[in-house]
Design a protein around this ligand. Structure first.
Ligand code: MTE
Ligand code: MO
Length: 523
């Protein structure tokens, strides 16, 4: 009898049960990703194949889709991306497992293909060397080994005539092997996470201590905001400051490893260490930053006291050659921006190389150890975080990250206003209703903010104390809301005399326009 079984097996190989087959694929995937993450822990967390593919996907995503993701999921856009990737990979792995019910070839092929994608993604990361390829390699080797091992252990279905006969592979043995793989993958994945966390920049940031500016920003007066009436606080706490960047994992740069190279169309190439910057007399400026992806009424606008040095000082030390047009600034993670040289040198504007924010060293997510901040320009052209290189050049010779993706070369922040006291749809007691909000026109200044109810006349609002023209300004007023459904609008006029247009424009290529409104139902 056993001999017969053997013969039959050779003529028509036994099949893996559906569930075991799928599980084999998924577990091999988990083991592969965990092994890659572990090896990446020793090199650079961005070498983790999963994260590298995610980062690669972000760079390859079409502008419209990225804009949609930022608008729809906000700061969670990256979690959504990673989650979507995980679900897709699990699906493909399960399918590969099922297709491998009789032969291991499809599964092995899929693992190798996944490995190739991971390898290409890691290889194309700008901040990783060739050693980083060890991580996807570890993934492929582990994935194939675990797959073959589990495939061998999985219970099989033989022809009906032999039903009842056991070929030795019990479900129990398979479950135990599977559990072992899950545990191993868990330990490897967490281990990778732990090892990479020991190289993070938190300790370096703590070691910086307090940054004391030689020239502090003027204290913020109490009437700079109407927080009690529903506006944001004038200074945004660091934890609540909006965050926008393409980095899936926050770059970890220790002060001792950081330096800034300033080169290109300069008289003398410069290189600054962290201490070179820190030891200078530091200035502090209150600046409102805005993202070009901010929709009308959006939250991608925040204000902080930035501490650092004048960018114009560094540029003067290097000596800018005639004909220079842009500062092509590169982050440690390869992201780039192009800042107009004229704006960077304009001392009335006060562009900074910042190392501190609201009295602390820059938070890691906001660019520790150093970033650029240029009042009046959207962040994507002026505010490189984790900045390590500034090349003085022309517009023609270099194209920065978002320019390549269809956004504008010149990106002054547009004059905008927002209603904060009421968002979207709200029910109010009919009669006198207090409205409040915020307006900004950085480097020009806000002259007035008006509101109107339905097609009624524009009514001027009370403005908060102006801190400086590079910051936002709060407003409040009272309007009459009769019973029923009514729409309230706001619009700002800046100190150049420009009044916000009601013409709606999307964020691409140089910032949204239109009036913000809220729908109030008087009851
Ligand atoms: N390295 C790096 N710097 C970057 C970005 C980025 O993606 N990578 N995004 C820019 C954009 S679009 C904006 S609006 C600001 C946001 O700065 P914040 O996250 O500190 O608010 O950072 C800029 N600097
Ligand atoms: Mo932005």
């Amino acid at each position: 009898m056993p001999r017969m079984t053997h013969q039959r097996t050779e003529s028509a190989p036994p099949r893996l049960r559906l569930f075991s087959a799928a599980a084999t694929g998924v577990l091999a995937l988990a083991a592969a990703l965990a092994a890659g993450h572990l090896v990446a822990g020793f090199i650079n967390v961005s070498a983790s194949p999963y994260l590298a593919v995610g980062n690669g996907a972000i760079d390859l995503t079409p502008v419209e889709l990225k804009d949609f993701a930022v608008r729809t999921f906000g700061t969670y856009d990256k979690l959504v991306l990673l989650g979507g990737m995980a679900l897709t990979m699990i699906g493909v792995a399960a399918l590969a497992g099922v297709l491998s019910a009789r032969s291991t070839a499809p599964g092995v092929t899929v693992i190798v293909l996944f490995g190739l994608v991971g390898g290409v993604a890691v290889y194309s990361r700008p901040n990783l060397g060739t050693v980083a390829l060890l991580a996807p390699l570890a993934s492929v080797v582990t994935g194939v080994a675990v797959f073959l091992f589990l495939h061998g252990k999985a219970p099989r279905i033989y022809r009906q005539t032999e039903s009842g006969e056991k070929a030795g592979n019990s479900r129990r043995a398979f479950l135990i092997s599977g559990a072992g793989v899950v545990a191993g993958a868990g330990v490897a994945g967490l281990g990778g996470q732990f090892i990479s966390s020991t190289r993070d920049a938190t300790a370096s940031r703590e070691a910086v201590g307090k940054l004391v500016p030689a020239r502090s920003a003027p204290a913020i007066p109490a009437d700079a905001d109407f927080a009690k009436l529903g506006t944001p606080a004038f200074l945004t706490p660091n934890q609540r400051f909006y965050r926008v960047d393409t980095a899936l994992t926050v770059p970890q740069v220790r002060t001792e490893d950081w330096s800034l190279r300033l080169h290109g169309m300069v008289g003398k190439e410069m290189r600054y260490s962290y201490d070179d910057i820190r030891d200078r007399p530091l200035v502090e400026r209150t600046i409102t930053m805005t993202c070009v992806s901010n929709e009308v009424g959006g939250d991608y606008v925040s204000t902080a006291n930035f501490i650092g040095v004048d960018l114009a000082d560094l540029l003067d030390e290097a000596g800018i050659q005639p004909g220079a047009e842009q500062l092509f600034c590169t982050s440690v993670d390869g992201w780039t921006s192009g800042t107009p040289v004229a704006a960077a040198r304009d001392r009335t504007r006060g562009a900074m190389l910042a190392i501190g924010m609201n009295g602390e060293p820059l938070p890691l997510e906001h660019g520790f150890p150093a970033r650029l901040v240029t009042p009046g320009l959207y962040g994507y052209v002026s505010a490189t975080k984790w900045v390590v290189d500034i090349e003085v050049t022309t517009w023609k010779s270099r194209q920065s990250y978002w320019l390549k993706r269809g956004w504008a070369e010149q990106a002054p922040i547009k004059t905008e206003s927002r209603i904060d006291s009421h968002r979207g749809f709200a029910t109010v007691t009919a009669g006198t209703v207090r409205l409040s909000g915020v307006a900004w026109a950085q480097h020009t200044g806000i002259a007035k903010v008006e509101v109107k109810v339905d097609q009624g006349p524009w009514q001027e609002t009370t403005l908060s104390h102006e801190v400086n023209i590079n910051t936002w300004r709060m407003w409040w007023t009272e309007v009459q809301i009769p019973k029923g459904v009514h729409q309230v609008f706001c619009r700002a006029t800046d100190k150049s005399g420009y009044t916000q247009t009601d013409a709606r424009a999307g964020t691409v290529p140089d910032g949204a326009t239109g009036w913000h409104s809220a729908t109030l139902t008087g009851a």
